[in-house]
Design a protein around this ligand. Structure first.
Ligand code: ZN
Length: 249
């Protein structure tokens, strides 16, 4: 790869990261809080996220580079206090390319009662790898509820294990994926799964969840079409979808 191509790839990553911030704000996955990151296309020991700012307001110039090892920003600027969520997961899961942390109100009830999200619909099949719970009281006597150290980032990543989502009691959730487009999709559809769960139980009967084989097949079919929702959601927030998926698997 030439220097020009490498520079183009990084520019494309940063542009898509800004678009992802806008999409997740538009879908109420983010409000003033919440954040998304993407691993560097050049160096798996680095990742990108915004400086500490409301996601709907993020622009390209806000994006900073961080070290996976330390969770600290490269250079003089700063980022979110909970950047350690992202760093901890990138340290533990080499195949993860993007991470979302959300305080979505639709997910918090499930963490509060310790009830995992499960796939009722094929669109939510990524939940087949489980939905562990993170109890911060087990990890620290600090009562801020925030994952703001490397030690807590590692503890959260351990609880996540091989799953696509971990619910954080009294706080929110963290979602991971092998590409930026997929993590945006999963973060939006985690709330979809929560909505379905509440609706089904309101009907008075236990749902039939997707079986293992159904979920595996459905998850791969959805992942193969990840460009479609990305194109729609980008248009909804007035951002170019770039039409390509060259850096996502
Ligand atoms: Zn948080």
């Amino acid at each position: 790869m030439s220097d020009t191509e490498a520079g183009d790839l990084e520019t494309s990553h940063v542009r898509d990261l800004v678009t992802a911030n806008r999409i997740l704000a538009h879908h109420r996955v983010f409000d003033a809080w919440g954040h998304i990151s993407i691993r560097s296309p050049h160096d798996p020991a680095r990742f990108f996220m915004s400086t500490s700012r409301a996601p709907a307001l993020v622009v390209e110039q806000d994006v900073v580079e961080l070290n996976v090892d330390t969770g600290e920003v490269v250079g003089e600027r700063t980022s979110y206090a909970e950047r350690h969520i992202h760093a901890g997961i990138y340290r533990r899961r080499a195949n993860i390319q993007a991470v979302v942390h959300t305080h979505s109100s639709g997910l918090i009830p499930f963490g509060a009662v310790g009830r995992p999200l499960r796939a009722i619909a094929h669109t939510d099949a990524f939940l087949i790898d489980g939905c562990p719970m993170f109890e911060i009281r087990d990890e620290t006597d600090d009562h801020t509820m925030l994952v703001e150290s490397s030690q807590l980032g590692d503890a959260l990543a351990r609880r996540l294990g091989d799953a696509a989502i971990v619910l954080m009691r009294g706080h929110g959730a963290t979602v991971v994926a092998p590409s930026l487009r997929e993590v945006v999709y999963r973060a939006i559809y985690a709330s979809h799964a929560a909505d379905l769960e509440l609706t089904v139980w309101g009907l008075g009967d236990a749902p039939r969840y997707l079986g293992e084989q159904e979920a595996r097949a459905a998850a791969s079919a959805i992942a193969a079409t990840a460009q479609r929702p990305w194109e729609l959601w980008s248009a909804q927030v007035g951002r170019p979808a770039n039409g390509k998926d060259r850096h996502d698997r």
